[in-house]
Design a protein around this ligand. Sequence first.
Ligand SMILES: Cc1cc2nc3c(=O)[nH]c(=O)nc-3n(C[C@H](O)[C@H](O)[C@H](O)COP(=O)(O)O)c2cc1C
Length: 200
Amino acid sequence: MKSSDINPYDYRQPDYPIDPFILRRWSPRAMNGEVIDRKSLMTLFEAARWAPSSGNAQNWHYFFALNPSSEFDLFYSFLDEGNQAWCHRAGALIVVVDQTISATGRLINPHAFNVGLSVENLLLQSWAMGLLAHPMTGFNAETAKAQLNLPETWLPLAMIAVGHFGEISELSEKNQAREFPKGRKPISETVHEGPLMPEN
Ligand SMILES: Cc1cc2nc3c(=O)[nH]c(=O)nc-3n(C[C@H](O)[C@H](O)[C@H](O)COP(=O)(O)O)c2cc1C
């Protein structure tokens, strides 16, 4: 069984009706190791490109490596052990970089927020194309920054594994046990009408 055979509605229900497209995206780990073709990858970056950003700063940068290649091995080496355990079957690895200062020397505010919006576009586009995309912060950002020759003010924020869906049974036991769409806190915990009430 592949993670694409899982019905997210068996695991998650919205408190209020939303477009099913949003609810169907999740972060599986089971991939089959097939390469991602360059055009499909560019379509993901195209989706990322159209995200909104403060002052239209577009301060995201995407570095990618296709599997197999020496660059893929390099990107893979940035990942922590937990992520390496399943990312060897990715078709591509991406490092998401946040450019914090503009070309004119101004602090881009809020720089990380802009990059996050762009990444969600990429994740949703990937799902729409039947490709798995899984964001990760379990990697060594300092090593990535040095190895990618990034300027001081460009910060690696996350990596993304992109792949074709694979068999869940090929994951480690630990990862098989967590291969399902996660739920969410009730909307009442995170949505507030007006100010917070002072505690008595
Ligand atoms: C910024 C960020 C960092 C994450 N880092 C990792 C990671 O290092 N390894 C991993 O397996 N999953 C990682 N995840 C995936 C989250 O665990 C996952 O998105 C969350 O549990 C919600 O599940 P869902 O994406 O399936 O809805 C990360 C997600 C985000 C947004």
